[in-house]
Design a protein around this ligand. Structure first.
Ligand SMILES: NC(=O)c1ccc[n+]([C@@H]2O[C@H](COP(=O)([O-])OP(=O)(O)OC[C@H]3O[C@@H](n4cnc5c(N)ncnc54)[C@H](OP(=O)(O)O)[C@@H]3O)[C@@H](O)[C@H]2O)c1
Length: 194
């Protein structure tokens, strides 16, 4: 862990020891604060994200966008989202969270909690890819969200949580889907590190 050497840390050995212990305690209490977490989600005009454990739409441009951003990076997901995808996604470390210690799937690492999943990736930037339960649990730990906002309403039974205070939009790219005849936008939201 990188600790900036303050005047105190550069000083007497006793003071240096104090700084080291404090840094360790901060790290132990917040084991996730070194990981750069990005939530990535596609939602409709009512914040809907899923129905019957599937995506409610087929938007190939969004699938390509998801692949482009997440390839080469760890992806963390709830077990139901993994079931909805049905296979490990290539060129990425796949981590699924489940309370069932017996749960296994080829090409997927299993974690018993969100913290355990984040501990697996260490300091590597990682993507939280859903679903609602895992988005809700990780929102306070993330510093960035990449949201595909679809300007259309679908039948949904699963929703993306409302953004807590502190998040603000930093980029927006608007597109039109000719295949579906609706607009959608790739939007980035950011907040200061927790
Ligand atoms: N539009 C999008 O961008 C997008 C993205 C992802 C998913 N989705 C949709 O979202 C829906 C799935 O979302 P969901 O909220 O129902 O499920 P989910 O968050 O994907 O997975 C829930 C499961 O994760 C495990 N889990 C949750 N909290 C846990 C904890 N604290 N400790 C350990 N394990 C925990 C449990 O697995 P066990 O039951 O095995 O213990 C739980 O049943 C689907 O419709 C999917 O298509 C949409």
């Amino acid at each position: 862990m990188y600790v900036r050497k303050t005047g105190l840390a550069r000083g007497r050995p006793q003071a240096r020891r104090f700084c080291t212990i404090m840094s360790f305690l901060m790290f132990a209490e917040h084991p996730t604060h070194m990981t750069q977490l990005t939530l990535i989600v596609a939602m409709d005009a009512q914040r809907g994200i899923g129905i019957d454990n599937k995506l409610p739409w087929h938007l190939s441009e969004d699938l390509a966008h998801f692949k482009r951003l997440t390839s080469g990076h760890p992806i963390i997901m709830g077990r139901k989202t993994f079931d909805s995808i049905g296979r490990a996604l290539p060129n990425r470390r796949n981590i699924a969270i489940s309370r069932n210690p017996e749960w296994r799937h080829d090409g997927v690492e299993t974690a018993g909690s969100l913290d355990a999943a984040i501990a697996l990736v260490g300091a590597a930037p990682a993507f939280i890819i859903g679903g609602t339960q895992i988005f809700a649990a990780s929102m306070d730990l993330a510093t960035r969200m990449v949201v595909t906002e679809i300007a259309h309403s679908f039948d949904c039974d699963t929703y993306f949580p409302a953004l807590p205070a502190g998040w603000h939009e930093t980029a927006r790219e608007t597109h039109h889907s000719d295949a579906n005849d609706y607009d959608y936008a790739f939007v980035t939201y950011e907040k200061a590190a927790p």
